[in-house]
Structures are given as structure tokens and as C-alpha cells.
Unconditional design. Structure first.
Lengths: 609, 566
């Protein structure tokens, strides 16, 4: 018996060496503790421990079998604009399931808010966008919690992970709101609120571990039934993900603004080849990019560093140039970096700037690392490693997909505006857009599909749709039109498009003319803001056509808005309210409610950035 | 005729409701910068053409953008006379509402704008209207801008000739209100089409083809009177204009490779008294209206009507309609087609300054601020401006005491001061690439360089001072009247031209093709050889065109229908 037990242990120890949290029901810290403990024990001690553990396991398992109904499910709710929040929620669900816990992973928009009072453990992952606003899919739950209808949540234990961008004034505001409301409604925190900045990976990972530990005593593990993971992650089991992108081939990067345009917008075609990677009209494509070699050379030279110097990034060693090209964010900076740079440069202007949050926020929007170096050269030398440590890891950019797979088969098309700053002493570019604009035919591009199920064509092909997509906001509507044409959908399609100049900036003009000619596009209203003395934007066109817009809405049309979130989407929203007021004969509040009801019934969807 | 299928444009005109078509709807459509195909024909009657930048066609196709459409709008300015106030208005419009930001003086004494986006058309036409200018019938199958010699020396005679040019232009304007309704937002009049004819002269289908008129004041033939469908050569008794020698049946347009199309100079029909001018003009036009070829647009000009029906039959029909016969042609001397550059004093003691404007391009360029210069002159000038048929500008009627100021402004802006060779001063080119949709080769852009090479050859052979009329066009439609040039280049393909020789210096005889589809090197080689011969063998006072005919380099074209291709 003892011998058997020893043999058993030998195998166990061997396995333990390779043990990781992913391969066992244990968390990483637990595995580490176990490894540490077992390394100190001799064989006899180990045998004893083994027996002890087996017995105690039996002891905990048994009662739960006899008490069905006490089973606890962890409800994991996410509200996410870019997919980061959903990614964390999915990861948490996997870890919890690996522990044998029952989980219910669900988007906040698909969750019935009133069910909250039945929950005992709920985890919230929610991002903040724009000026402290909730993402679209979290909006309803967010409002519900703040409303008088919100129930007492005495039996709920929860934790909130807030995602945000500290360059914005209302950093993680939505997460803070959730925390505040849940607590006010009587729910008990499992773990304090964690606020994550753009480089969220490490702190999100830590929070997951901490929450799982906090949950552990609450759940009778044996009781847990493993539920299949949600369909969202199932489709992503497409084998490609943000972490494991597809190396696809770039086919075309064609400028589609005229030679006299102030902007450089590219039509990019990428071949997904035999990968089997699929997407739907409305989805986004994540694109990993490399920083331009010229930019990296400039940074290295201005800081007096050597490009071949070795640095460590996430425990891997790279030459400095390679680390800056592939691993680090150079074109988007964050307030923390500016603060650090204020000290590094010992520059009083920068020091007083970082004292003002609003100014810092504006500064990071308008400047890159190279601008910092150019304007505020360091007073003391900085080492390659400390430079790398200061910078955030490079993150892929999301682009609304501009094609339908029913039309383009294994291709995926994007509409990419080259981000440029020509005012700076040195011409600056956006990282990913510059990369795509300069990509050569046949070049490999690392991509993954980021589904956006909150930006979908109506299921009923007869339903009319109104699409409002100025600028590169037209991208998903090109996909929609291709999709509706491929489906032979009978529903009417109306597109509002706008840009500065008719001759130079009419994106996909000839294609849209063709859609009009074939009848697949029923109406096309365009606003070219700078072709006449007074500026005309899509919202003006919407109001001009208010009567018809109202009629379309009354006949069940779905509304879609894509493009700039800061101004356009708000102006369009306001214009819609005014149209509803004027042509629907409604009071302001009623009009607001009308639009809100469209939103909650998924008839008013936005893809704004 | 009735069961023959007419040219497409005939049906368009018939169905257009007196030139309205769907132009209004086309203006509302913001999705394209173009008009529908049918409307593209009708807008010509309103004074403008649709064009696109041909240099950018392929590039824009790849950019998923439609061709860069724009419009060329030509004003109606009889005799090319306008006031300084009008010029300032014209200049302002160019700067604010066209992408070319410039004005082009045409070979028919008017100005045109290039690069007008569709959305600005209405604003431009309304702006012209405020300056008492319009573009009615500046293009289309109607009587186009009436030319008139702007001779500033014999000012009294010029004044009378000019009055006739204006009367002819106004009298033969289309009566349709389409222009006023579409562009000037005038109320549509209740249709009375059934009771009284809306277009008493033109009728519902207007003319079979364009119709060009000119008034010449001998000895000047700057208006190239014989190249016009209908010409009026002024006959004076002292200072008094008593009547005209009427010429009819001229026209340049032809099609490469189609020998039943050809350029032609007008026939002389005899003298008419001044008071009968409008009657004769109307009669010639209505005979053309009724007899002209409406089946084949390439054979629809008056010149073919006269050739096909015969000179005598045509003359008899005109006389019948007027109720009066032509008198015997009066003797006049037809002389030079060039302009008199620099200052000339008129008999009324006023001064006139003719400025050379290369290819009529009134545009600012470093060192040559022509547009600004003319604007500054217009601000102080008390007389008027006269656009010439050689695309130049005359600052007319300057008092002695204002001369210095005007000259100073002209010199300051590069409008004066450059020495222009005789040949350059007598030569012209059409617009061609990149804007004109008909062009097969460069013309205006190639012109300065080609002329320099001709000048060099003249210099080499020692007759630099001799004027040779050189004209280049991008196609055989002949906007710059190339078939009446001593050296004519007519585009065939990029860099390739047909070379024509043998026209008379005065514009009284056509030229003839000497080399087909040749490139610059061969053209210059040919000219080098001929110039060498001309330098040694020419007779006293013999022009280059006459020399090439006398020595048999090319045969004389006396009857275009037989000789031009023969």
C-alpha cells in the first residue's frame, strides 16, 4: 500500500515539475506554493501528505453531492468597446472553469438586469470610452443600476475590473460607477475595484488570480458543473486571436483619395488564404504593426543609444532597434511617460504641464515619443533598458472591416486613414496606418478578427437600413452593401456619406455609384463640408431629409452610425432627435425615448471611435 | 429624309423641351460631377462643355474616384468688347469659383473658364448675369459668339462694325427661356408653344450644327473671316459703313481619314447693304436650318450644304427668302491676320495697347503676373478691353495722360516688355490636352516650345523677321483654324501630327497635307529643308505659304471639296 502510494507520488512529483496553472485545476500561485512545499519534503513526508490530501478532498466533496441546489455559478459580465474587456472576461471564465467552477459568461447587453438580484457571485469587466461614457453594450445595465428600479443586492458578492485610458479625463469612469452603485445597493466586494490603463495585461491578470482566490472559499468545488464556454469564444476558437494572429498576405494598399486631397486614405486588401479565418459584415480586424525603422532610428540617434544594444522585454532579449520596432508603442504615449519625461528632461515647461491633467491628456493626443525627445531632450542620459521599460507594449489597432466575405471570399478589406501630423518639425505618422500605407504587395501582416455582434445587419433581409458613415466610417457600410447584395436582400438601403471635398475625398465613389445604379443602394446623400462657404456635414443632410428619415424609421428601418465618436456621432444623435421631434411630432423627451427604444431593440447601432 | 434615322442629337433637341432636358435634375445630383449623356449635349447650348482631366483618368480610376469632371464655360461677348468693370467681375469669378483660377481668351474673341465644378455653374452664370454677360449659345447648334475686328485705329468704322456684330448676335439668340429658368431662377412662363412659335428662327431642333459668324474690317482679317460659316466684310465709304461683302460656307472641322469631310473657306456671295444685314443673316441661317444635313453630324455644317446643293441653288434660295438679290462684290483688300502689338494711336487721338497673351492664358505665374496685371489695369482704365481673335488683349481708348500709368502696370506684371517674334505673334494653338476630350495630341502646352524651334530655324536661314502663320491643334476639329495656317499641325496621336502647308498669309487659301502622322524631328527636318529653299528662292515679298504653292511643294487648294484631299 505504502509502496503503491510512493509510486503514485513519484508520478505526481514528476508531473508537478511540468505543472502549470493551465494544465491543472490549480491557479499559478497555488502551483507555485505546491512546488515549493513538495521540493522541501522527502519521500515519506510526501506519502503522508498525499494521504492526508486525498482524505481531506473526500471530506469536502461528499457533502456537496448530498446537497444539490447549493451549486454556485460565477456570472461574468462584460461591457467592451474594443474587445479587450471581452477577452479578459473570457480568460477569467476559462480559468474559473479550469478550477471546476460553473460560469455564465455573458455580454452586459444580453443580460437581463433584473436577474442581478438572484446572483450570488458576479464579476464585472467594463471599459470606459470617450468622455467617461459606458460602451454601447454596457449602457443599459449602467443606466439600470443608477435608476430607482435597481433592486437591493444584499446577497451579491462582486468585483469590478475597470478598463480605461488614463489620457482621458474620466479615466475608468464607467467601472467606478459600477463599483459605486453595486456597493450602494448592498453588494459585498470580493475584491476591490481595479483600474486598468491601456497596458492592462499585467494588472488584469493579477486581478483574475486575486478574484479567483477570493471566490474559492465561497464555492464548493465539487459542486461545480462545467458549462460550455460561450459561443463568442467558440468562434474565436478559429485558432487565431489577438495573441495568436494570422500571418496574412497584403494584396493591395491603394490610395483612394485624389492627388490634391489633404488626407491620405487607403483601401487595403488582405488575403486570409487557406486559414479558414472568417468574419461577418460589421466585424473589425485587429492589425499588429511594426513601428517605422526611420522613426526608431531617429529615437535611438537622438538619445545617443546604440541600436544593437541588448534589452529585455517581457523576459526576452532583443536588440534595442528590434524591441522598438516590434515590441513597444512609440506613436501613442501615455501620461505616465510624460511625467517620467518631465523628470528626465528636468524641463520646467513639461513639469508644469504634467501638473495639469487636462493639458497632459491633450499633450499625449498630439505628441509621440519622438516629439518628446525632440522638444524636451533628456538632461541626463537614459539607458536603453530604462527607455524600453518606460514604454508600453505595442498594441494592435482595430479597423472596421470594409468587405463582405460573400463578395470577396478569402479577402478582407479595410479603409485606413493615414494619421499624419505635418505641423511638427519632423513629419509624424500614426503607427499602424503608416505601416499599412507603406506595406508592400505580398508582405505578411499579422491580423485577427474582432467580432462586433453589436453592429450587425438586420436578420430580416426586407428591413430597410439607414447608414451614416462619413470619412472612413463608410468602411462597414461597404461591407453591409456587399452583404445585402450577395444576400439578394430586398430591404432598402440609404447611405449618408461626408468628407471635406467632393473631387478629392469621395471614398469609394465609383463603387457607390454602381450600387446606386444597380439599385442595391436606394439613396445616397453626401455632404462635402468644404466645397462651399458654409460647412455642411452629414447631420445637416439628415435634417434636410428629415421627413424621409422619419418615414423610414416608422417603416422599421435600422440605423447605423460609424466614424468619429467625439463630434460626428454626437451631432448625428442630436440631429436624429430633432428629426424625430419635428417629423414625428414628439416632445423632446419622447423623441429621446424613441431613439433610446431603437437602441435597446438593436435598431440603432454604433461603431464609433 | 423622313424615314431616315436622324443623328442622335436631333432627337435630343426634339425631346429637350427647348433645351431644358434634365439639366435641373442633373444639378441636384451631388453623387456625380457629371451630367447625363443627353444633358451633356444640351448644356452646350447654355454655353458650357463637360470635360475631364485626361491626365488623371487612370489614376482616379484606381482611386475608385470618377474622372475629375469639370466644365468649360464660354461667355458670349460679341466682338470681344467688355468694360473694365465687367473684366473685374469676370476675374473675380475665375479666382473664386474655378479650379484653374484663371481666364482664357479664345480664338473667337471671348473668354472661357476652365475647371468649373458642377456645383459652381449656377453661381458663375448668375455672377456673369450681374455683369450683364451671359453664355447663351456660346456653344451648341446655334449662332455662336459673333466676331468682329477690334481695329482700334479706324475707330469710327470699328464702332459701326461692332454695332452690327452685336445686333447679329442678339437677333439670332435662341428665344427659349430655359437659360433664364435654370440658371437665373426665373419663373417658367406658361407654355404657349401651340399658338406662337417659341423659336421663330431656329424652331424646335435648332440648327443641324454649330454656326459661326464674323465681321471683318479690311484690310485686317484677324477674324479669319473666310473660316466662318457666315462672314461680313465691311465696305466703307469714307468713315461710313455702307454694307458688307457676304461670305458663306467656311468652316475648319473635319475628321481624320474621312475624305467626305474637309475644311473649307467661305465663298463670296456679293455685296449687301447695311440695312439688309439681319435679313440676309437670317436667310442664310434658315436655309441651313431647312437644308442642312440632320442625319450625319459630320456633314452638317453649312459648307456641306452649299457643296451638296450647289452654290447657285443656295444663293437663289437665300435671295428668294430675303426678297432681294446680292449686288456685285465690292473690291476690298484683305491683308494681315495678326494683331498690332504695343501702342497704336487711333484717329480720335486715343491710344490703344495690344498685349501679347500666349495662348490667351490669363494666369499668374512667377515673373508673369498676367491676371493680376490685367486686374490692376482694369481698376484704373477708363476705356474698354477688346479680346482679339489671336487670343490677345487690347487695352483700348487710353487718353494720352493715362498712357504712362497703364504701360507701367503692364510692364510691372510682365504683360509688356518681352520681344515677340513676328511668327510667334501671328501664331495660335487650341487648348487640347489635358482638358479637351477631343484632343489626340498636345497643342497649347506644346506651342511655345515648337514656335521657339521654328524661330531658331528661321534665324538659321536668315529670315527671322518674316511672319509665318503657324497654328497647332490637338484634333482636326480646328478650333485654332489650323487649315488656314501657312504651317499647320493637326494632332493624330501623342507626339504625332499631320503637317499642312500652303495656306496664304492672309487667310484666303487653305493649306494641304504635306506629311501624315509625323513626329517633331521629321517636321523640323522638313521645315529646315523648305526654309533653306525659301531663303534663297523666294520672290520679293513672297510669303512662305505662297512660296510652297508656287514651287509645287503642295498643290493649291482652290476648291476644298476636290482639292483638299486630292
Amino acid at each position: 500500500m505504502l509502496w503503491q502510494l510512493l509510486c503514485h507520488w513519484a508520478v505526481f512529483i514528476m508531473l508537478l515539475k511540468e505543472l502549470s496553472s493551465l494544465a491543472s485545476p490549480l491557479s499559478e500561485p497555488q502551483v507555485d506554493k505546491l512546488k515549493q512545499l513538495t521540493s522541501e519534503l522527502n519521500t515519506v513526508q510526501l506519502a503522508w501528505v498525499s494521504g492526508y490530501l486525498a482524505a481531506s478532498a473526500n471530506a469536502t466533496v461528499t457533502p456537496s453531492v448530498t446537497e444539490p441546489g447549493t451549486e454556485q455559478t460565477i456570472t461574468i459580465l462584460y461591457g467592451s468597446q474594443t474587445g479587450n474587456g471581452r477577452g479578459i472576461a473570457e480568460s477569467f471564465a476559462e480559468k474559473a472553469q479550469a478550477q471546476g467552477y460553473a460560469t455564465n459568461l455573458v455580454s452586459m447587453s444580453d443580460y437581463k438586469a433584473r436577474q442581478l438580484k438572484q446572483e450570488t457571485i458576479a464579476i464585472f469587466v467594463v471599459s470606459t470610452h470617450g468622455e467617461g461614457e459606458a460602451p454601447d453594450d454596457a449602457m443599459e445595465l449602467h443606466q439600470f443600476l443608477a435608476s430607482k428600479r435597481a433592486p437591493k443586492l444584499d446577497s451579491l458578492q462582486y468585483s469590478v475590473l475597470a478598463l480605461g485610458d488614463s489620457s482621458y479625463e474620466f479615466f475608468c469612469q464607467t467601472g467606478k460607477d459600477f463599483e459605486e452603485r453595486l456597493s450602494a445597493l448592498g453588494a459585498q466586494p470580493l475584491h476591490e475595484l481595479v483600474e486598468c490603463d491601456v497596458d492592462y495585461e499585467a494588472s488584469a491578470e493579477q486581478w483574475q488570480q486575486d478574484v479567483l482566490q477570493a471566490v474559492e472559499p465561497l464555492i464548493k468545488a465539487s459542486n461545480a458543473t462545467v458549462v460550455p464556454i460561450s459561443s463568442a469564444s467558440a468562434t474565436n476558437a478559429q485558432a487565431f486571436s489577438k495573441q495568436k494572429p494570422l500571418h496574412a498576405e497584403l494584396l493591395v494598399s491603394q490610395k483612394i483619395t485624389g492627388r490634391d486631397s489633404d488626407r491620405d486614405v487607403r483601401h487595403v486588401e488582405i488575403d486570409l488564404g487557406e486559414s479558414g479565418l472568417t468574419y461577418q459584415a460589421g466585424d473589425a480586424l485587429g492589425v499588429w504593426f511594426e513601428n517605422s525603422a526611420a522613426l526608431v532610428a531617429e529615437v535611438i540617434e537622438k538619445l545617443g543609444l546604440s541600436s544593437s544594444e541588448n534589452v529585455t522585454v517581457a523576459k526576452e532579449s532583443y536588440e534595442l532597434a528590434q524591441a522598438l520596432i516590434e515590441k513597444k508603442e512609440l506613436t501613442q504615449i501615455y501620461p505616465g511617460l510624460v511625467e517620467a519625461w518631465a523628470e528626465l528632461s528636468e524641463n520646467d515647461v513639461l513639469r508644469s504641464l504634467v501638473a495639469d491633467k487636462e493639458q497632459t491628456r491633450q499633450f499625449v493626443l498630439e505628441n509621440q515619443l519622438a516629439d518628446l525627445i525632440e522638444q524636451y531632450p533628456p538632461a541626463k542620459s537614459i539607458t536603453a533598458q530604462s527607455l524600453v521599460d518606460l514604454l508600453r507594449p505595442i498594441t494592435p489597432r482595430l479597423y472596421s472591416i470594409a468587405s463582405s466575405q460573400d463578395e470577396v471570399d478569402t479577402e478582407v478589406h479595410l479603409t485606413v486613414a493615414l494619421v499624419e501630423d505635418t505641423e511638427k518639425p519632423t513629419h509624424r505618422f500614426g503607427g499602424a496606418s503608416h505601416y499599412l500605407a507603406n506595406a508592400e504587395e505580398g508582405q505578411a501582416v499579422k491580423v485577427y478578427v474582432e467580432p462586433n455582434k453589436h453592429f450587425r445587419l438586420p436578420e430580416n433581409p426586407d428591413t430597410p437600413v439607414i447608414m451614416i458613415g462619413p470619412g472612413t466610417g463608410v468602411a462597414p457600410f461597404r461591407a453591409f452593401l456587399q452583404q445585402r447584395a450577395a444576400d439578394g436582400a430586398a430591404g432598402k438601403n440609404w447611405l449618408f456619406f461626408g468628407n471635406p471635398h467632393f473631387e478629392q475625398d469621395f471614398l469609394y465613389q465609383t463603387e457607390l455609384q454602381q450600387f446606386l445604379k444597380s439599385g442595391e443602394l436606394t439613396r445616397l446623400d453626401v455632404a462635402f463640408s468644404r466645397d462651399q462657404a458654409e460647412k455642411v456635414y452629414v447631420q445637416h443632410k439628415l435634417k434636410q431629409q428629415g421627413q424621409a428619415v422619419w418615414q423610414w424609421l416608422e417603416s422599421g428601418a435600422h440605423l447605423y452610425v460609424c466614424g468619429d465618436a467625439q463630434r460626428m456621432a454626437k451631432d448625428v444623435h442630436q440631429a436624429l432627435i430633432e428629426v424625430i421631434e419635428e417629423f414625428g411630432g414628439l416632445e423632446h423627451e419622447q423623441a429621446v425615448a424613441y431613439l433610446e427604444s431603437l437602441r435597446s431593440s438593436q435598431r440603432y447601432q454604433k461603431d464609433v471611435y | 429624309m423622313s424615314d431616315q434615322k436622324l443623328a442622335v442629337n436631333e432627337y435630343l433637341k426634339t425631346d429637350s423641351d427647348y433645351l431644358r432636358g434634365t439639366i435641373n435634375e442633373g444639378l441636384q445630383t451631388e453623387v456625380t460631377g457629371a451630367f447625363s449623356e443627353g444633358d451633356q449635349q444640351l448644356i452646350k447650348f447654355h454655353g458650357f462643355y463637360q470635360q475631364d482631366d485626361r491626365d488623371l483618368r487612370n489614376e482616379r480610376k484606381a482611386q475608385k474616384l470618377e474622372p475629375l469632371y469639370s466644365f468649360m464655360l464660354r461667355a458670349r461677348v460679341p466682338g470681344g468688347v467688355c468694360t473694365p468693370e465687367q473684366w473685374l467681375g469676370v476675374d473675380k469669378i475665375a479666382s473664386e469659383l474655378t479650379s484653374s483660377n484663371s481666364i482664357r481668351l479664345t480664338t473667337r474673341q471671348t473668354f472661357q473658364y476652365h475647371g468649373i465644378p458642377k456645383r459652381n455653374l449656377k453661381t458663375i452664370i448668375q455672377g456673369l448675369d450681374r455683369q450683364a454677360l451671359d453664355s447663351i449659345a456660346a456653344c451648341g447648334d446655334v449662332n455662336r459668339n459673333v466676331m468682329c475686328n477690334p481695329n482700334p485705329v479706324e475707330s469710327k468704322l470699328h464702332q459701326q462694325a461692332y454695332e452690327w456684330a452685336k445686333k447679329l448676335s442678339d437677333h439670332l439668340l435662341p428665344h427659349t427661356q430655359a437659360y433664364a429658368e435654370i440658371w437665373l431662377d426665373k419663373e417658367k412662363l406658361v407654355s404657349t408653344a401651340d399658338e406662337q412659335p417659341l423659336e421663330p428662327v431656329y424652331g424646335k431642333t435648332y440648327l443641324p450644327r454649330k454656326f459661326k459668324m464674323a465681321v471683318a474690317v479690311p484690310p485686317d482679317n484677324d477674324v479669319d473671316v473666310y473660316t466662318n460659316d457666315l462672314g461680313f466684310v465691311a465696305v466703307a465709304d469714307g468713315d461710313e459703313l455702307v454694307g458688307f461683302n457676304l461670305t458663306a460656307g467656311g468652316g475648319m472641322g473635319s475628321t481624320h481619314g474621312e475624305t467626305d469631310t474637309f475644311p473649307r473657306l467661305a465663298d463670296d456671295f456679293g455685296f449687301i447693304r447695311a440695312e439688309d444685314t439681319l435679313k440676309f443673316a437670317e436667310a442664310v441661317m434658315t436655309v441651313q436650318r431647312d437644308w442642312g444635313n440632320r442625319v450625319n453630324r459630320k456633314r452638317a455644317r453649312l459648307k456641306y450644304t452649299i457643296v451638296d446643293h450647289g452654290y447657285d441653288a443656295f444663293k437663289a434660295e437665300v435671295e428668294k427668302r430675303v426678297g432681294k438679290a446680292f449686288e456685285a462684290k465690292r473690291e476690298v483688300i484683305i491683308g494681315d491676320r495678326g494683331d498690332r502689338y504695343g501702342w497704336v494711336k487711333g484717329i480720335d487721338n486715343q491710344w490703344h495697347l495690344t498685349l501679347y497673351i500666349e495662348s490667351g492664358r490669363v494666369k499668374d505665374q512667377p515673373g508673369k503676373m498676367l491676371q493680376t496685371g490685367l486686374r490692376e489695369i482694369a481698376k484704373v482704365h477708363k476705356g474698354d478691353f477688346r479680346m482679339t481673335s489671336n487670343q490677345n488683349m487690347i487695352v483700348a481708348s487710353v487718353a494720352e495722360q493715362d498712357k504712362a500709368e497703364i504701360e507701367g502696370l503692364a510692364r510691372q506684371h510682365g504683360l509688356l516688355g518681352e520681344v515677340i517674334s513676328q511668327t510667334r505673334g501671328h501664331s495660335i494653338a487650341c487648348v487640347a490636352l489635358p482638358t479637351c476630350s477631343l484632343a489626340m495630341a498636345e497643342a497649347e502646352r506644346y506651342f511655345p516650345d515648337f514656335i521657339s524651334k521654328v524661330e531658331a530655324l528661321q534665324d538659321k536661314h536668315g529670315f527671322a523677321e518674316q511672319a509665318i502663320v503657324v497654328r497647332i491643334t490637338g484634333c482636326p476639329n480646328g478650333c485654332a483654324r489650323p487649315f488656314a495656317a501657312e504651317i499647320g499641325l493637326v494632332g493624330k496621336a501623342p507626339g504625332r501630327y499631320n503637317l499642312y502647308l500652303g495656306a496664304s498669309y492672309e487667310g484666303t487659301r487653305l493649306n494641304k497635307m504635306y506629311r501624315e502622322n509625323v513626329q517633331e524631328a521629321e517636321i523640323l527636318e522638313v521645315l529646315d529643308t523648305l526654309f533653306a529653299q525659301y531663303a534663297t528662292e523666294r520672290q520679293k515679298g513672297e510669303t512662305f505659304g505662297n512660296f510652297t504653292v508656287r514651287t509645287g511643294v503642295v498643290g493649291a487648294v482652290l476648291d476644298a471639296a476636290k482639292d483638299f484631299h486630292g
